[in-house]
Design a binder for this molecule. Structure first.
Ligand code: NAD
Ligand code: MLT
Length: 307
């Protein structure tokens, strides 16, 4: 059996795969280059750089595609399913990394940390421009109360925040944490001081925040997106940030990455990081091991954990 790893994957995962199969690591391939070599492989392992398109899938003889991370939106899952190819992910390994990054972004916006750091590095001693706000006693709206959403809630409760959450797929009374109030989407949008998103990018969540949704939010609301670009309509967000309806936002993800031409990143009330949610040493090892083990199970015909 042959496995192709087409994005940077932690060595720990590659070593696990190498004990069982022939493994090639070839990164930064174009779609055409990948299409040319893909018929030689039984399994493909990606992170987010490789877009596993219908063209690639149709050319392949793959049995399994593995995503070393949570979101599988860079894989055409319908095309894979149609061809009988299993798609597995690594849903647990980067939960802590993503929730810690979300809290870091929240505090960065609340206390103007990136702008204050830049000011001091530019040799200015300006204490007046960076008066922040406290998060204690404020309401944090959480859209998507899965692994990351729940962990963000637990951390924010520790900071003294009140939590309102929206997730149509969870049952309120199954929640262990009774400080989380699960309610409808509109109630979260209308009553939150901060809103953070932890949903996958799907047809249902694409642009779930647009002009209409922003219009019912509190004035000067602060938005945080450490999930996926595309969940918030970036044009509507830009207008709301310029008008001041949205007070500030923190973005780790963008509809088109890298977003180097996006006017959003030039706004003073935007804190932006280059898709770093899962970028901790620990998380990269965790997801590499998690996905490698499922690739082995799949190629050996055993039951996989994360299909
Ligand atoms: P998860 O599957 O545990 O949780 C997602 C939750 O969203 C589920 O509870 C689901 O019921 C809910 N949901 C689905 N559709 C919804 C909708 N229309 N409205 C409200 N809720 C909805 O996943 P997770 O581990 O918490 O990760 C969430 C997302 O975060 C991933 O899909 C991924 O795209 C993103 N992510 C980003 C980074 C990063 O580097 N920035 C890192 C990890 C994950
Ligand atoms: C994920 O979906 O797990 C994250 O976005 C992390 C990544 O892309 O590496």
């Amino acid at each position: 059996m042959r496995v192709l790893v087409s994005d940077d994957l932690a060595q720990e995962g590659i070593d696990i795969l190498k004990k069982e199969f022939d493994v090639d690591v070839k990164t930064k391939l174009s779609e055409e280059e990948l299409m040319e070599i893909i018929p030689n492989y039984d399994a493909l392992v990606v992170r987010s750089a490789t877009k596993v398109t219908k063209n690639i899938i149709e050319k392949s003889n793959l049995k399994v595609i593995g995503r070393a991370g949570v979101g599988v939106d860079n894989i055409d899952v319908d095309a894979a399913t149609h061809k009988g190819i299993l798609v597995v992910n690594a849903p647990e390994g980067n939960t802590i990394a993503a929730s810690e990054h979300t809290i870091a972004l929240l505090m960065s916006v609340a206390r103007n940390i990136p702008a204050a750091v830049m000011s001091l590095k530019n040799k200015k001693w300006d204490r007046k421009s960076f008066v922040g706000i406290e998060v204690r006693g404020k309401t944090l709206g959480i859209v998507g109360l899965g692994r990351i959403g729940k962990d963000v809630a637990a951390k924010a409760i520790g900071l003294g925040m009140n939590i309102l959450a929206y997730d149509p797929y969870i049952i309120n009374n199954t929640l262990e944490n009774t400080h989380i109030k699960v309610t409808d989407f509109e109630t979260v949008l209308k009553n939150s001081d901060f809103i953070t998103f932890h949903v996958p990018l799907t047809k249902a969540t694409y642009h779930m925040i647009d002009k209409d949704q922003i219009s019912i939010m509190k004035d000067k609301v602060i938005l945080i997106n450490c999930a996926r670009g595309g969940i918030i309509n970036e044009e509507a967000l830009y207008e709301a940030l310029v008008s001041g309806k949205v007070g500030a936002c923190a973005l780790d993800v963008f509809e088109h990455e890298p977003p180097l031409e996006s006017p959003l990143i030039d706004l003073p009330n935007v804190v932006a990081t280059p898709h770093l949610g899962a970028s901790t040493a620990e998380a990269q090892i965790n997801v590499a091991i998690e996905v490698a083990n499922d690739i082995i199970r799949a190629l050996k015909g055993e039951l996989v954990k994360n299909a």
